[in-house]
Write a protein that binds this ligand. Sequence first.
Ligand SMILES: NC(=O)c1ccc[n+]([C@@H]2O[C@H](COP(=O)([O-])OP(=O)(O)OC[C@H]3O[C@@H](n4cnc5c(N)ncnc54)[C@H](O)[C@@H]3O)[C@@H](O)[C@H]2O)c1
Ligand SMILES: [Zn+2]
Length: 363
Amino acid sequence: MRDIKVRLGKRTYCIKIGSSILSKTGKYILRLSIGQNAIIITNSKIKRLYGSILEKSLAKSGISYSLFTVPDSESSKSYTVMDDLIGKIAMADKGKKPFIIAFGGGVIGDLAGFVAAVYRRGVPLVQIPTTLVAQVDSAIGGKVAIDLPVAKNLMGAFYQPKIVIADTSLLKTLPAREIKCGLSEIIKYSIISSRGFFGFLSKKITSLKRMRGKEVKYVIRKCCSIKAGVVNADEKDTKGIRMILNYGHTIGHAIEAASGYKGSYNHGEAVAIGMLAAASISRKINMISEKEVGEIRKLLSRAGLPAKARRFKSSKIFESLSHDKKFTQGINRFVLPVRIGKVRVVKNIPKDIIMDAIKEITA
Ligand SMILES: NC(=O)c1ccc[n+]([C@@H]2O[C@H](COP(=O)([O-])OP(=O)(O)OC[C@H]3O[C@@H](n4cnc5c(N)ncnc54)[C@H](O)[C@@H]3O)[C@@H](O)[C@H]2O)c1
Ligand SMILES: [Zn+2]
């Protein structure tokens, strides 16, 4: 199967997608000419499950490596963990410029990516995403970051990897809730860009929930090519194009913030609710039909995603939304579906319409 390319001039890179390709990592890396001194950043769960496959592949290709684990939690995207990690890398690199392998989900990808961006003013980065979210979203596009106490992803950079290696066979061990989280982003891609893909997902959602079958690879490929297309057109999020990837994320982030990121709603669940709220806003301003909103609701529900954030009062979500800088600096902006397969950025939605949509998802 052909690779997907993120086309960014000299920084163009390949996304390799396939089953059991982790064992080819060494071979892929040698072709990049990024050196033979690897620093693997992962957590102990991924190390236990798949570490030996990666280590063997590197050793076979003559690549030396040091492996560091960080705790398995969002809290690893912190200044303290980063500081500790960079100290250990500096001790291990023996004066030679290493490259970094981010081996894990989005937490590892964001943290290791940020370390790669700043260590020695930037060292090459290899993304090996192991969750569905990371394979379809976070490993692609170059946004890397750590969290600060006041907000998520506040300290970050745009730093593209040299290659993304997405081995779909790793997804077999992913917990059901993490699969659902990825499905939420996958459904998002279909709503923002392809009616046909939405139809495909509607047909295959039951088997996709088990992450089995050949459609898994197809779906990951499709999402990667949609995201690659958006990133090619607006790498640094300055042209208003990349913003469409935020469909469902404005109210989704407010739900996550209202839950204090404690996991009562994970990112994918909050985004699913946010996508419904945005569809409802779109309906209220007569941009989308009731029938299509119903179709979105049905697919999200069949994927096992929630439609409501009943644990919160609408006022609490509205308050979190108001803390969002994008929301308060004069004009608010929402990515709203016009129909399934097409979204538009709409400014200045009246507050009472937003409030009504939030009331619906909390009722
Ligand atoms: N940079 C971006 O563009 C971008 C986009 C989306 C999300 N993110 C970030 O990604 C993070 C969320 O990433 P995530 O959803 O991958 O969560 P995660 O990295 O926390 O992984 C979820 C869980 O799955 C486990 N896991 C990973 N791979 C596994 C496997 N193959 N089998 C079994 N268990 C496995 C992890 O150990 C963890 O417990 C957030 O910090 C978010 O901000 C970044
Ligand atoms: Zn997201």
